[in-house]
Design a protein around this ligand. Structure first.
Ligand code: SF4
Length: 129
């Protein structure tokens, strides 16, 4: 796996914290998991030029991946309904304090968006071969 320095992860964590606190989200209290997810986001940032969700396949085309740039457009409704986002990077206060059950969050991204991304990836693969 690509190396990302602990200092860069920490800097990104502080930046994201400011942003998500305004949205009323909290980081998961599992610090190691948060760091691993932030590292994956930074790898995606280097790879695609934007921090696409580490738990979903990105196409590499901004227009197709826009909805899954972290924090994704699905995070707020998922946190509202389940207490956490799909990756459990961001959670509600109740979830963080174990006052609600930690349940599996089903994929809220519409299948047609997933399909469009997969098609674009298949096209890119063909162009390369
Ligand atoms: S599911 Fe969570 S980690 Fe993934 S993009 Fe959405 S907010 Fe970020």
């Amino acid at each position: 796996m690509q190396e990302v320095s602990p200092e860069r992860i920490e800097e990104y964590r502080r930046k994201m914290e400011k942003l998500v606190v305004r949205k009323g989200f909290h980081f998961n209290k599992d610090r190691q998991m948060v760091n691993d997810l932030l590292k994956s986001l930074l790898i995606n940032m280097d790879r695609y030029g934007y921090a696409s969700c580490p738990c979903r396949l990105a196409s590499g085309e901004y227009s197709l991946d826009r909805d899954i740039i972290c924090p994704c457009v699905y995070a707020a409704p998922d946190i509202e309904e389940y207490g956490s986002c799909y990756c459990t990077l961001y959670v509600s206060k109740e979830w963080k304090e174990d006052r609600i059950p930690h349940v599996y969050v089903p994929e809220r991204r519409p299948p047609e968006k997933v399909e469009a991304g997969l098609k674009a990836m298949a096209g890119q693969k063909q162009e390369r071969s």
